[in-house]
Design a protein around this ligand. Sequence first.
Ligand code: 7GP
Length: 839
Amino acid sequence: LSPEHITEIYDSFHIEDDRTGLSSETLQRAIADNLYYIQGKFPEIATLYDYYMAVAYTVRDRLLHRWINTVKTYREQDVKVVCYLSAEYLPGPHLENNLVNLGIYDQVQQAVESSGLDLRSILAQEEEPGLGNGGLGRLAACYMDSLATLEIPAIGYGIRYEYGIFDQEIREGWQVEITDKWLRLGNPWEIPRPENAVEVKFGGYTEPYTDDQGDYRVRWIPHQVVNGIPYDTPISGYRVNTTSTMRLWKAEAPESFDFQAFNVGDYYGAVDAKIISENLTKVLYPNDEPIQGKQLRLEQQYFFVSCSLQNLLKIHLLRGDPIETFHEKFVIQLNDTHPAIGVAELMRLLVDEYLLHWQKAWDITQQAFAYTNHTLLPEALETWPLNLFGSLLPRHLEIIYEINQRFLDQVRLKYLGNPDKLARLSLIEEGGSKRIRMAHLACVGSHAINGVAALHTELLKEGVLKDFYDLWPHKFTNITNGVTPRRWMVLINPRLTQLITREIGETWITQLEDFKRLESLAEDPAFRQEWRRVKRAVKQDLADYIQAHQGLTLNPDSIFDIQAKRIHEYKRQHLNVLHIITLYNRIKHNPRLAVPPRTFIFGGKAAPGYQMAKLIIKLITSVGEVVNHDPDICDLIKVVFLPDFNVTNSQRIYPAADLSEQISTAGKEASGTGNMKFSMNGALTIGTLDGANIEIREAVEADNFFLFGHTSEDIVDLKAQGYVPKTFYNTNPALKEAIDLIASGYFSHGNRALFQPLVDQLLQADPYCLLADYQSYIDCQDQVGQAFQDQDTWTKTAILNVARIGRFSSDRAIREYCREIWWVNPVSIHLEEYQQAKA
Ligand code: 7GP
């Protein structure tokens, strides 16, 4: 027998392991096995959800094999690890993403169909983990995907909220919040590791003592201790073995502590303490940018940060490394200031628990941390009242004083006789009631500070962080955000993925710059026609979904004009509404007006306490009520509010857009990432010169982008000159008519009071300059309408948008973080055979 023949015989006898095999036969057997032995169900009584669980466990088994090998490799090779600290993660449903990344979508589909089931309906069973509010949390998830795909050793630390972001329902046009019970039916993706629990202290007091060496030390005697239990979720990379860990902490009461130290014999008291402890990770705060200065929020922040840092130090020591080299083996990224307390906590751990000298500990800390800022909005900058902070974290307050004193000594040397400078840089805000400035703590404690788009970083350097920039210009970098093409293209838009791959191959999936090969195809009429066919089919899918869920019939040949993001005055959903009303008025005045039909689609949640945002939702739905049913409009305009904008629902939206609305007031949106997802899927953008819009426009070139509005400098000037919105209202008849119509009660059954707060805000203050940008926006929308009439040119522009969007992949962003901030390298993972791994 020839060697080839022997291999052939081996291959034909190859028996797959039921936990690792990837053929559809093995998968089918494994699913049946998991249904029986994990779910305890058999086909006669199994629900679709049971099947989802069985499929999920089957896929998780395949991941575990890779995950264990990943962890093992990192332990053995002593590699440097990126630790992403984020209070929020929005990973979206795991199952389909894992199928794509493992390359087993078709096999699983076949396995499931052979059992008489349908994969799409199984996928639809998954409850997504809504552990974030919006952009910041979703960015963390895209970065975890890219880190794994690029084979960078990484751990994402966060909070396992029992209730994530609320589910949104619309009742009588208003947002209603429903608690998100995502864990109710179990979560097959997480593995609890109670054996790795850590203790977190709160409250109490500190006392000095002298250690064996005669050194002055401080001891913290807490009032309460809470246990942190890690729950690990595997994060797969695309077609690589690397599988990273997202480790989320749940708070529990340490029973021994309650019974022995506290409430001796007090059974009820102990149970009470348990409830109090577990409240810590109960619920995500549903505010996006403006913060809510609640004690529980600070407790959440400190809790997960302390758990994570203790865990890191333990891993470091377990690898046999000395504490002094911690920063050489780990780099810790602060996702905004929510985890900034980590700077003080690492100092506490190093100085109080590991007994390092202050200066050594400080060097380690500064080199370990890096800080990303995600917003310029002043109301979103975190500060904590000193009293609150000190009563919860007395030791950290002392440490912050010490950091501040040493820092200000340095500042004093540099800026002799400039007390203003000192006051501005201080970690403590003086004045009425003193507060701790978390952004300052993050800046002082980090070796790198970055914004999330070019404009944003520039504005940081000139504005909120100017004094820090003057002091340490070398610490500042820009890393423009990116999004993962695996979820935001391959997974959500299989039709376009197939068309593109047929033409240019599939390298773009991990090298999105390769999209540039589409450029020449933009000139190919046959390709354009196919592109149009795909877009039309995808729009039809969304129309079908809306028909089924909202009973609204949409015209898939109309312009799908979409704005989907959190509801915020600075994002200006109400400017979009002013355009809708303007179009409506035009058609009412001239019923024969030739305008291309448009479907306006909105999606987004409002923070439950943000009244104006909730009123904007009511305005959108009320305008829709009138416009959609007015026979004079002849279905030329439709307005849809899609309830419950989350990752799952967003996946139906991005592929179907013709026009992406990115219309924030210039200088307010740090970056935006939805803008990238829309463009990647072939929408054209109407946008202001804000955040990453500027860079997207540069990349796709000005002719292929609908630009309007004042620049961020204009806005500053406008306000400096004393902005009077009324002037615009008084001199622009169409604008006046639109606002008057809202005020008249036309959209509110004659109730003039309903939208009064919104109208007043626009006419009297208009802090986000809608009125100043109104005419420019309307003119630009008219150009959009014109351009859409020429479908062929529109399609060409859409193709060029996709061809030039390559830079906005999160892979590019992560490569920049690796090179400029983290100093880490990829480590490839080789799979040991399962049997060997078990041995
Ligand atoms: C968001 C920014 O508003 C958005 O422009 C950016 O694209 C995104 O972060 C990712 O960088 N910010 C938040 O979601 C947020 O909560 C407050 O910021 C800290």
